[in-house]
Design a protein around this ligand. Structure first.
Ligand code: ATP
Ligand code: MG
Length: 235
């Protein structure tokens, strides 16, 4: 029997004295699904991704990803978990400014024990697929926002993680670059990679995902298909 890839149960997370950033959130994602998370600013979308990535812990509830109880991992185990299971594209790029583009992209593979040559070969392939091969030796500080985001996408894909988490992957991109990222995500999903994508970009949600989950004030409201939501927004 297939197990869910993500099983988030009754998760709450509150920062300081504020209202809960997530409130009794439950979400099941099956292997191979592509899910868009939509919701207003401050509704808890990044909080949700951080919990899935083991970068933060819930106050109550459980987070299980690919059979791992992520909410119970210590720091070192969480880092190992991220290297083996997760590719993450952050809302803000999180590139290392002291490494050139190719080294930034190859880094996760090298941390996971892949030989340098193999890591760089795969990094070059991804940079090519994203149309930024010519910037391999440049440092991130010299690149445009859109180029940096594509480097971040390449880095997240390097270890072929079973789960790709993306936080506004097209937020900083012009339309053409956004379409490159969108096409790549769609191809990866067609090859079986599971995607969870936080976005305000309905075109991205429509073209890359088969299901939409909406969060309002830290509560997961529903999980309709992207088509329904975009039809509603167009009205
Ligand atoms: N480290 C933190 N410390 C205190 N409050 C936080 C922290 N991180 C998030 N919050 C609060 O939790 C709530 C949810 O934040 P979150 O970043 O998950 O929202 P979001 O849906 O990703 O918003 P956006 O679309 O603007 O990125 C917000 O009210 C935010 O201010
Ligand atoms: Mg956010």
């Amino acid at each position: 029997m297939t197990e869910p890839l993500i099983d988030l149960r009754d998760v709450s997370r509150r920062y300081d004295d504020g209202p809960p950033a997530l409130h009794d959130a439950s979400l099941t994602v099956w292997p191979g699904e592509a899910v868009a998370i939509l919701g207003p600013s401050g509704s808890g979308k990044s909080t949700l991704l951080n919990l899935l990535a083991g970068l933060d812990r819930p106050d109550t509830g459980t987070v299980t990803v690919d059979g791992v109880r992520v909410d119970r991992l210590g720091e070192a185990a969480a880092a190992r978990y991220r290297r083996s299971k997760i590719g993450m594209i952050f809302q803000f790029f999180n590139l290392l400014d002291d490494l050139n583009v190719a080294d930034n992209v190859a880094l996760p593979a090298q941390l996971a024990g892949t030989a340098r040559g193999e890591a760089h070969r795969r990094a070059a392939e991804l940079l090519e697929a994203l149309g930024i091969a010519r910037h391999g030796r440049a440092y991130p500080g010299r690149l445009s926002g859109g180029e940096r985001q594509r480097v971040a996408v390449a880095r997240a894909l390097l270890n072929r993680p079973p789960l790709l988490l993306a936080d506004e992957p097209t937020g900083a991109l012009d339309t053409a670059s956004g379409q490159d990222v969108s096409r790549l995500l769609r191809e990866l999903n067609a090859e079986g990679q599971t995607l969870v994508v936080v976005t305000h970009d309905l075109a991205l949600a429509r073209s890359c995902t088969d299901r939409t989950v909406r969060i309002v004030d830290g509560r997961i409201v529903d999980g309709r298909i992207a088509e329904d939501v975009s039809a509603e927004m167009a009205r």
